[in-house]
Ligand binder design. Structure first.
Ligand code: FA5
Length: 339
């Protein structure tokens, strides 16, 4: 058996091609090879003989395999066929498709950039929220019809504290979470995905995005709110935008407003997007209700602040002239590739 190791060296010296090498492999490792016959005999040996012969045969097998591999590698290095294997650098290249951000992600990033330039921080919170932060902490009375303003998908499981859970119905759920961790003055926006149990149409989705703003300090008033909103919209649409506030109701703001902007598509003249009114409702807003400050752990009547919640899809639709909100989640690449 020890001669095998010597003989293979001699045979390999004469190998010039991968075909020659295959012949040598069959001679030394093939089914009819001397080694294979001896390995088969192992089964007939006594346990003592097997204990002695087994490792020896195994070592020889490993030696042959390694020697053949080394020879194969050496042959491959020297047998490069320039005609067949060379790269033709004059051929046109193959283009790898490169992805890009979804139009909603792009819009959120644009919104964030504008607010960062005005000294705002970006905050966020969980998409699956407990009842406290989505409703109670925002002064929604228990069993009050105000809770129906935003129909929720309640989860069947509760959390470890036994609290009811829901996919948040608005980004306002992050307000008290943030206030519990931070002391005014601060100005933040909270962009995020929200969920509502409601039928869809060209301007309503069940899953969409809002961005909340929350500005709290000693002397924050409605004029600050109007100014910042006007600056934001004019910058976002890159044209002078007018804003209009209408009285409304939210349990977490007092006073509360419905917030309209002049239609950026027709510049307020009236078109199909603004239903010929020249105005588009983009969100709700108001001065933070003192009850909310108290629920967040602040002293009553100590701070003043404003908050708003605007729909991201509605703004993207106006900016990019999209007439159906359902296109965003359609997964239709013909739509997505236009951004
Ligand atoms: C709210 O969600 C309040 N949390 C807003 C708020 C925040 C008020 C802070 C006061 C202070 P509302 O349900 O109206 O309010 O939603 C706000 C905006 O989200 C709407 O004006 C609209 O732009 C967008 N929106 C609401 N429902 C849908 C929907 N189904 N599909 C797409 N956008 C929607």
């Amino acid at each position: 058996m020890e001669n095998i190791a010597k003989n293979i060296e001699k045979d390999l010296d004469e190998v010039r091609s991968l075909e020659d090498l295959e012949r040598v492999r069959i001679t030394y490792l093939g089914r009819k090879s001397f080694l294979s016959e001896n390995l088969r005999l192992l089964g007939k040996m006594t346990p003592e003989e097997r204990k002695e012969q087994g490792p020896k045969l195994q070592a020889i097998k490993e030696h042959i395999t390694r020697t053949l591999d080394e020879k194969k590698y050496a042959l491959e290095q020297t047998s490069f066929d320039w005609k067949k294997d060379a790269l033709d650098i004059s051929l046109p290249g193959k283009k790898s498709p490169i992805g890009h951000f979804h139009p909603i992600t792009q819009t959120i990033r644009e919104i964030e950039d504008i607010f960062i330039s005005m000294g705002f921080d970006i905050a966020d919170g969980p998409e699956i929220e407990n009842e406290f932060y989505n409703f109670d902490a925002l002064n929604f009375p228990k069993n009050h019809p105000a809770r129906d303003m935003q129909d929720a998908y309640w989860l069947s499981e509760k959390n470890e504290k036994g609290e009811k859970l829901l996919p948040r119905t608005h980004t306002s759920s992050v307000q008290v979470r943030y206030m519990q961790e931070n002391t005014p003055p601060f100005r933040i926006i909270i962009p995020g995905k929200i969920f509502r149990h409601e039928p869809t149409d060209a301007s309503h989705e069940h899953t969409f995005h809002q961005f909340e703003a929350l500005v709290v300090g000693d002397d924050v008033n409605v004029a600050h709110f109007k100014y910042i909103a006007q600056e934001f919209f004019s910058s976002f649409f890159d044209t002078a935008i007018e804003i209009r506030l209408r009285p409304s109701f939210f349990p977490f703001t007092e006073p509360s407003f419905e917030f309209d902007i002049s239609c950026a598509v027709c510049e307020g003249k009236g078109c199909s997007v603004c239903k010929r009114t020249g105005w588009i409702e983009v969100g709700g807003a108001g001065m933070v209700n003192q009850e909310v400050f108290v629920l967040a752990g602040y002293k009553e009547n100590f701070y003043r602040g404003f908050a708003w919640g605007f729909g991201v899809e509605r703004l993207a639709m106006m900016k990019y002239k999209i007439d159906d909100i359902r296109l965003f989640h359609s997964g239709d690449l013909r739509f997505i590739r236009q951004f």
